[in-house]
Design a protein around this ligand. Structure first.
Ligand code: NAI
Length: 340
């Protein structure tokens, strides 16, 4: 008699084959850090996403439990779990999209930069796996400090000869999600109708909402602009303090990550006009990486948009953002002796 485990394996294979025969469209997605505060709700939401046919859940702890739990949801994606470094390669092989929320989060009093030493090493290991097993996958990097982990991932891919800047995207979607929510609140609108471009980076003053470009067009007072900019820049800290030691944003982040991953998958499918903000290799400013609107297509970030007209307040903000961002990117350049 086959063991329970074998039977489960067989039935999951049958489900996958059955779907493959039906030609069901779908992409293979891996989540690295899937048992974490972000990873778990992110895994749940990706299991519901109709564009996903196979969902691989990898973590160094607890991924079997999360996988068993999520695999009982009666949605299309076939879920498989992977535990620990020896299973990283199986987790990554054949993936179209890899989402990375692995790493330690902030506690009160910490900046995102304080996470650099630990998370840089984690991101390096995971990206080496990607370079080896799915070098053509789109990578959505969530692990903080995004301003530095994206340049680190780029270095890893360059070293392995697989670097394609279009496929490496730092996830800044939570800043956009927060901006939409807070601006809608001030304007008395439904947040679903509001679109705020947020450019720069993903930390403090590097988070630069372009309130002069809000859609629908609106006029904000100087006080409103300052209040909103400040709240958007410190949205993460608002959550860290409210959680009082229990971590940083996880649920709104999982929502934002899925919103962004879904846009990447629609781009991969060939949908036209998929545009979102992301932190990418860029020539929009003199810095090598910068967040701005990008058009997502079959090969990743196919077009990177200029910032458009800025008002005086935003021009001042841009200078501050660039100065701080340059430091975070520079930090990576100082790191290779120990990490690479
Ligand atoms: P968490 O601690 O709840 O979960 C992290 C998970 O990563 C854990 O399950 C842990 O076992 C796993 N992990 C650690 N080392 C690993 C490795 N080598 N390989 C695979 N998995 C590994 O943390 P949380 O709250 O989920 O946050 C994760 C990261 O996301 C943090 O760095 C946090 O700062 C960042 N973050 C980014 C945001 C953004 O907007 N880009 C917003 C919020 C958080």
């Amino acid at each position: 008699h086959p063991s329970n485990l074998q039977m489960e394996e067989n039935s999951s294979l049958r489900a996958a084959n059955c779907r493959a025969k039906g030609g069901a469209p779908g992409f293979k997605v891996a989540i690295l850090g899937a048992a974490g505060g972000i990873g778990q709700p992110l895994a749940m939401l990706m299991k519901i996403n109709p564009l996903v046919s196979v969902l691989h859940l990898y973590d160094v702890v607890n991924s079997p439990g999360v996988t068993a739990d999520i695999s009982h949801m009666d949605t299309g994606a076939v879920v498989r779990g992977f535990l620990g470094q020896p299973q990283l390669e199986s987790a990554l092989t054949g993936m179209d999209l890899v989402i990375i929320p692995a790493g330690v989060p902030r506690k009160p009093g910490m900046t995102r930069d304080d996470l650099f030493n630990i998370n840089a090493g984690i991101v390096k290991t995971l990206c080496e796996g990607i370079a080896k097993c799915c070098p053509n996958a789109i990578v959505n990097l969530i692990s903080n400090p995004v301003n530095s982990t994206v340049p680190i991932a780029a270095e890893v891919f360059k070293k392995s000869g697989t670097y394609d800047p279009k496929r490496l995207l730092g996830v800044t979607m939570l800043d956009v999600v927060r901006a939409n929510t807070f601006v809608a609140e001030v304007l008395g609108l439904d947040p679903r109708e509001v679109d705020v471009p947020v450019v720069g980076g993903h930390s403090g003053v590097t988070i630069l909402p372009l309130l002069s470009q809000v859609k629908p067009p609106c006029t904000l007072t100087k006080e409103e602009s300052e209040y909103l900019t400040n709240r958007i820049q410190n949205g993460g800290t608002e959550v860290v303090e409210a959680k009082a030691g229990a971590g940083s944003a996880t649920l709104s982040m999982a929502y934002a990550a899925v919103k962004f991953a879904d846009a990447c998958l629609r781009g991969l499918r060939g949908d036209a006009g998929v545009v979102e903000c992301a932190f990418v290799a860029s020539q929009v400013t003199e810095l090598p990486f910068f967040a701005s609107k990008v058009r997502l297509g079959r090969t990743g970030a196919e077009e990177i948009y200029q910032l458009g007209p800025l008002n005086e307040y935003e021009r001042v903000g841009l200078e501050k953002a660039k100065k701080e961002l340059a430091g975070s990117i520079q930090k990576v350049g100082n790191f290779p002796q120990t990490i690479f």
